[in-house]
Design a binder for this molecule. Structure first.
Ligand code: ZN
Length: 107
């Protein structure tokens, strides 16, 4: 019976030839994760990288909610938070998926 850590299906099995001449499945490498997605609309985020050698500022856009929301959703959030600050709309009128981000922006 394989060890619990080796039963995981998130890791790739690699067949390697051992010195005895047989082929064994010994090395297991982690499958690369999917691309980062927007927290609201689930579209793939541009200009995001998971390379460990890159610096933090190179991995995601340097703006509010960069690497978390796409530019379209951020545009809506900023618009709604401005309207909330001006008193044009109430917090209950804003779509529920935008509310946490609107609340963080508006003060
Ligand atoms: Zn989005």
């Amino acid at each position: 019976m394989p060890k619990p850590k080796d039963r995981s299906r998130s890791k790739r099995k690699v067949a390697v030839k051992v010195p005895g001449g047989k082929t064994k499945i010994i090395a297991k490498k982690k499958i690369h994760q999917d691309k980062q997605r927007c927290a609201i609309c689930k579209s793939v985020l541009q200009a995001t990288h998971s390379d460990k050698k890159m610096s933090k500022s190179e991995k995601r856009p340097e703006r509010k909610f960069g690497g978390h929301l796409c530019h379209k959703c951020l545009d809506k959030v900023i618009t709604q938070s401005t309207r909330l600050n001006e008193g044009i709309v109430a917090i209950d009128d804003i779509e529920i998926r935008f509310r946490p981000y609107v609340k963080k922006l508006s003060n």
